[in-house]
Write a protein that binds this ligand. Sequence first.
Ligand code: GLV
Ligand code: MN
Ligand code: MN
Length: 423
Amino acid sequence: MTKRANNLSIDAKRLWSDLMETARIGGTAKGGIRRLTLGEEDRRVRDWFRAECESLGCSVHVDEVGNMFAIRPGRNNALPPIAMGSHLDTQPTGGKFDGVLGVLAGLECLRTMHAADYETHAPVMLVNWTNEEGSRFAPAMLGSGVHAGVFDRTYADTRKDGDGVSFAEAIEAISYRGEVAIGATPIGAMFELHIEQGPILEAEGDTIGVVTGVQGMRWYDVEITGRESHAGSTPMRLRQDALPAAAALVLAVQAAARACPGAVATVGTIAVHPGSRNVIPGAASLSIDLRHPDSGALERTEKAIEQALAAICAEHGVTGTLTRIWDSPPVPFDPRCIASVRQAAGNLGYRMRDIVSGAGHDAAYIARIAPTAMIFVPCAGGLSHNEAEDASFDDCGAGAQVLLQAVLDYDRRLAEAPQGEAP
Ligand code: GLV
Ligand code: MN
Ligand code: MN
């Protein structure tokens, strides 16, 4: 016997227990998680994920870049599945909720449907996307980007981590190179639940963020080249010191973002060569992360940083290159999926607001190939990418319940739509 969609309630305690259990895989002393993409901890959490999904009768497929798809059949299995999901990899000093909440809440939705013997019209699918964080292998959202056709497999395989290990070597090492061809798993629509990773929902007292889109993001590599020479015997006027030039650029990047309302820019890594106390640095490498909801503003800020780099190089007698290694344009989400999220949150009586995501998400790439939307829940102090990242039991449960109702609302509208038409 099947149940009506609005009778189904997720079990918030079960979800919380999954969050705490998986947090031990790569758990850090400060209460966070270090579960780098395609490392040993990633393999363990993947094995756990596969076993849990299979225990619910889902078939689990893995594609050539390690994306994991757990499929629960519906009444009409000719339809592409309605997907939920996010990522199980974390930052080096990551928290317990970024990405993990979206996957485990999806698992809780599957468990709820399974326990109620609830039959959807379309199949429902839960996805664990590979390398969302982009921390071990840049860029971010790599697995979903490959699935959406933004990157090809060779591009993914040839990404290297800081130790020179390639993505291809890492995925073989944990035996997660699957056989399913890239992009061969269709997606009818996707809903991703995530913590906000910013301060707005908490400050406004809202429980649910109805995410209308994701801001644009650009990543750059900067190489500054000077000349190594002796720290004691080289007069100040004869130096070509790469590090003061890099320091000036860090400040210029900050200034460029401050000059453009809505922009955020970060220099997150800097490496100095050769790194010896008594050698004037001959080279410096920096990364820049630049974001804004508007493409024009991104373009203008990029130009300002380029001009600053040229001026700094001239002043310091060094040379510099700025290479854009990633460009993820601003993404508007699908109005029908957004409507399902709004409907679900409204029916459940949660305080909600529309919000644009400051962080990148797999949903941003999947939006290119399928109707997509996201649901945000608050996180304490807006803090994320930090071991102290926190979200409340109630908010995680609320987010999972909205996720379930949004998927079921979309599925119901799909069932009612004339054949072949969007819901
Ligand atoms: C992903 O975590 C990003 O927004 O950088
Ligand atoms: Mn995330
Ligand atoms: Mn993240």
